[in-house]
Design a protein around this ligand. Structure first.
Ligand code: NIG
Ligand code: FE
Length: 412
């Protein structure tokens, strides 16, 4: 397959670049009036239409004329809870009436509400609804995705969720990474027995999950009223014994040292970070951990936006992800996450796009194969509608400007 006359080919990077940090995030190598060739699902070459040495003229019936359109790597959404039994719009209404996230949870809403609904939903029904959501986000430009469990909160239901994620992995062409988030909330019967629930996660669930190869990562909601730092550390250590790296929900509502503790434990990513301070930025410096920011969550539940500007100015890289879930972020639209990062977090369009592509890929261990326009990487690509500039993408935030999405070179 050959794309010709691409108005601008964006997100070009040399092979071997696994993440972008600080000032690198602002830079974006592009080629105006470009061509790009795909073979066997991979990018095999690209160049400028103006150069006489390139072989773009070998047009075939697979040639796509991309005049007026921008091409960029597909979004790498490294944090979602896309498998769930039912939406929670009744809580949305409670929120409008003035209730906080904590009050809604205390009134029987929140994560436990989703867990109750999921317990009574069959694996097939869960799969069907999750597959629809996955197809929707793919059509919006997502070309790699991480999906968490965490609405099961029992032996059977956590496995049910992870098996649904495995089926999505098997049936869809994009990379799907599974994260075990049994430590999302304490179920009612373990409210007074945290140790008992963590024992269930570590001694019963983890061995089965490892046996069946059901998870790539482990996660915990490290937050007041959920999992303490010590409990989170126990879960990270237990996951590590089975080769599961940690991706942790940290500093969403309070700053408690959670992020620093997870970095010390070598977490691949620390996610949310709406409430941070200089100590958080200091501990991220020089670490391998990717701070992953979720602006659609901040918008929806009206909490602070993470300090992306402070992090980038301090020389850090950040990733952007959707956090798609029924409670705090009922959308997996990465175009919106990118736009909000620009509108509310002072990220430049190039920074936001780099954060939602290569740095997202890094936060899923996919940077060697996804997240940039690089010879040899998978051809997971977004072709926009006709737009005047790259900045127009986050600027016109209410329009769907994605015309076509390609996964392994095939149109979605
Ligand atoms: O990432 N913060 C924890 N987990 C989800 C929300 C879960 C829910 O409310 O259902 C999040 O925001
Ligand atoms: Fe989340």
């Amino acid at each position: 397959m050959l794309f010709i006359n691409i108005k601008e080919l964006c997100g070009i990077l040399p092979a071997g670049k696994s993440r972008l940090q600080g000032a690198e995030m602002t830079e974006m190598q592009t080629i105006k009036n470009a061509w790009l060739k795909v073979q066997d699902g991979k990018i095999i070459d690209f160049g400028s239409m103006n150069s006489s040495t390139d072989d773009f003229h070998l047009t075939t019936k697979d040639t796509i004329d991309a005049s007026g359109k921008f091409m960029l790597p597909a979004w790498c959404d490294s944090h979602t809870h896309l498998v769930f039994a039912a939406p929670r719009e009744e809580e949305f209404v409670m929120k409008i009436q003035g209730k906080t996230y904590e009050e809604i949870a205390a009134a029987g809403g929140g994560i436990l509400n989703s867990a109750r609904k999921l317990a009574n939903t069959s694996e097939d029904a869960l799969y069907e609804s999750a597959a629809k959501r996955l197809e929707e986000v793919m059509s919006l430009g997502t070309g790699a995705i991480e999906i968490k469990s965490g609405y099961g909160l029992s032996y059977e239901a956590e496995l049910k969720m992870l098996r649904v994620i495995r089926r999505l992995k098997e049936n869809y062409p994009l990379p799907v990474k599974a994260t075990f988030l049994g430590a999302h909330a304490f179920p009612q019967e373990f409210k007074q027995n945290h140790g008992g629930y963590i024992d269930l996660l570590i001694n019963q669930l983890l061995p089965t999950i490892a046996d069946e190869g059901l998870a790539d990562y482990i996660d915990a909601f490290c937050e007041q009223g959920y999992f303490s730092i010590a409990e989170t550390e126990r879960i990270i250590d237990a996951g590590a014994k089975y080769g599961l790296k940690a991706k942790i929900h940290a500093n969403q509502f309070t700053s408690s040292g959670a992020t620093e503790a997870c970095i010390k434990k070598g977490a691949l990513s620390v996610d949310h970070l709406e409430v941070t301070d200089d100590a958080v930025i200091k501990s991220l410096k020089g670490s391998e951990t990717m701070p992953t920011l979720l602006p659609s969550c901040s918008l929806f539940i009206n909490i602070p936006f993470a300090d992306a500007r402070g992090m980038i100015n301090a020389g850090l890289g950040v990733a952007l992800a959707s956090d798609f879930n029924p409670g705090t972020t009922p959308t997996g639209n990465m175009n919106l996450a990118v736009a909000l990062a620009c509108i509310r977090m002072k990220m430049l369009p190039t920074e936001a796009i780099n954060a939602a592509t290569l740095n997202g890929a890094y936060a899923m261990d996919l940077a060697a194969t996804h997240g940039s326009i690089t010879v040899g990487k998978q051809a997971n690509l977004i072709l926009t509608k006709e737009i005047p500039s790259l900045a127009y993408l986050p600027y016109a935030f209410g329009s769907n400007l994605v015309e076509n999405v390609f996964i392994n070179g095939k149109k979605v």
